[in-house]
Design a protein around this ligand. Sequence first.
Ligand SMILES: C[S@@+](CC[C@H](N)C(=O)[O-])C[C@H]1O[C@@H](n2cnc3c(N)ncnc32)[C@H](O)[C@@H]1O
Length: 556
Amino acid sequence: MATMPSHGLRHLSTGQPSLRKFRFSTTVASVASSFTEDSEQAQPNTNNRADINNNNNNKPSSYFPKRGQSLELVCESLAFKGKGLCKVADTGFVVMCDRALPGERFIGRVTRKKGNYAEVTKVKTISPHWDFVDAPCEYASYCGGCKTQNLSYEAQLRAKEQQVRDLVIHVGKFCHTDLESLGIMKPIVPCDIQFHYRNKMEFSFGSQQWLPKELITEKNDGNKNYALGLHAPGFFDKILNVDKCLLQSEPANTVLAAIQDCWRDEQLGLSPYNARSHAGFLKHLMLRTGRNLKTGLPELMVNFVTSSYEPELLKPLVERIKVIPEVVSIVNNVNTSVGNTSVGEQEYTLHGKSNIVEILRGLTFQISANSFFQTNTYQAEVLYKLIEECAGLKGDGSEIVLDLFCGTGTIGLTLARRVKHIYGYEVVAQAISDARLNANLNGIHNATFIQGDLNKIDESFGNNFPKPDIVISDPNRPGMHMKLIKFLLKLKPQRIVYVSCNPATCARDLDYLCHGVMEQNIKGCYDLKSLQPVDMFPHTPHIECVCLLELSDHSS
Ligand SMILES: C[S@@+](CC[C@H](N)C(=O)[O-])C[C@H]1O[C@@H](n2cnc3c(N)ncnc32)[C@H](O)[C@@H]1O
């Protein structure tokens, strides 16, 4: 499976309150609203003013470019998934282009029509973007992971902050003046470490190597049926072969290079898994970096995901990498399904330990091959500190905290020593076991972790825990289900700390909690006190936000 988490509004799934369709005044908002509609819109217009081949006049309101049409465009800003947002000259019509960066003038070809905007691919740059820097990674211009490596880091931060601001104004319906004058909107927190920050990378083995057209003759090493690397953007079966990734730790790159150096040797009889025919042995290589508790130095877990259990076949690879000093754990997840997931039905330890550990906010967390852990440990410290500040705990051990979407319990556990009790809810059973294990590991006895689907809560939800003083909610990309929004509006905890990895669904949920849900005659009862974007993943489009909501004075 591809390694980089892909964020975006595409993940607004059914059952979630969808982004409502407003007539937004800005382009960001108009595109945000249309991510819920996948239908193609309006008949393509053949007479397009911006068409570089056909410059006839056209009414802006009925304008829609044709598929295959070429347009001369200037990228205005970065929007969802780091796509460049452009407007077609004279019409205001919005097009989105992957890898177009602010200020760049280019020729784009229309590939897809989506709702009220179109997607284009870049054919040729006419003049480059502002804030250009050389990308240190050789794959940066075509790997799906780092899309903005050649935009200066300051410009990346500006673009992310602006995206959050636009969404909270146009989707969340908060007033721009209030956000600024009341100091609600905080400047984005940069990540001090901009490379080698990921503690987990998942590479895929594949039988089809992918290269961008322009590099096929230059780079092809004749081994195009054997690839180990990242999924080519948009392909489930084609792999961009990579020898190193600048987002993972140095020892992880040493392991990747050692495996790349030997796994193709025909004598070893190793075959990459073919995602189409479902034949082949090696599926994924997952590298996780933790820490040695005594020395503080990095320790590595190497996880081979294979389609069957054949330890003899893996032995030469194990022998090769177990001598790398940082490698303390080599495991094999056996996944016999035709799907592309890396979680095995069976896990075997081939060398050393079956897990590694990491320290976060002074606590020790045990990480196994498939357990969830924040992927940027350094910035998770920063994020969790902000969460703790927002929670505003009295520290006298009197408060109850409800930790929704708790994963392996990390947020709740880092707060546990200052509160009366933590109640954590999470859908993944394994994560709940890990959370309980982590509580024991750290001698924490005032935390209860419960497995449950927060999209399926009923009237009885809330009977199993006392009324919380503070709720932490850290949902995944689709945000909170309407059932959970209604529950919180009825429960009325004094304070909600909303942690989000998708600013669009975050803006929507803030709107519901603060302004209510008009269509359902539900009143909001919270004030947004602060909205803090945090950059957890430099060079990628992902944005984290920590929001503080307090019960309004007029809420009763
Ligand atoms: C962004 S992660 C947050 C994890 C944790 N708070 C942390 O900081 O490590 C979101 C978590 O929500 C869980 N989740 C997703 N959908 C859920 C649902 N419907 N009900 C309960 N938990 C869910 C995921 O399994 C994941 O662990």
